[in-house]
Design a protein around this ligand. Sequence first.
Ligand code: SF4
Ligand code: SF4
Ligand code: SF4
Length: 205
Amino acid sequence: MTKYAIAINTGRCVGCHTCSLACKMSNNIPDGMLWNRVLTEGCDVIDGAQGTYPNLERNYLPLACQHCENAACLRACPTGATYKDEEGRVEIDYDKCIGCRMCMAACPYNARTFNWKEPKRITGADYGHKDVPARKKGVMEKCTLCPERTGEGKEPMCVAVCPAGARVFGDLDDPDSEISKLKRERNVRILLEDMGTKPQVFYFE
Ligand code: SF4
Ligand code: SF4
Ligand code: SF4
């Protein structure tokens, strides 16, 4: 079996947003939407800081779908549009999605984004992975773990482009994979552990 996961070294992350923009390009994400965001812990503005001047600190937290083992979105979906695939990715069947947004309300990570308008890009430029399916108005979207890339043995786009080497992708069912070793040997944390969603994105420093 295969169980894909991502680990993010927040000590290395420099908040450059390259992962976020490369994800947007590769997956043809329309204007006004992101699947992968780079947050700053303790504040709600981009590149903000926490604390009181002059005692300020800034900690970046890249955030996308956590591909939870016990996914709240999946349990909330009334049509079976949200499913977990055989490699552990949580995916959306856009043809089955009726746009009720139950999954969006259920996700404790605010990882989903809804297509309110006919998806369009202002540039109209033809870029992105050729096999990424087009989405229409009124469906839910989120990080897919790039099955078009990971299905052919490549890393997800966010991992491939990170200039700081802060992101690691791999198979948790392979005990010799880098991500399995990281999970065993480093002090990894998961977000909102109390929710019981069992995220497959791990953070460490
Ligand atoms: S590309 Fe890497 S360093 Fe830049 S924000 Fe994303 S995780 Fe952080
Ligand atoms: S992070 Fe949210 S959208 Fe992703 S699998 Fe978990 S509950 Fe679902
Ligand atoms: S919006 Fe789509 S994916 Fe989300 S719960 Fe409704 S049918 Fe399922």
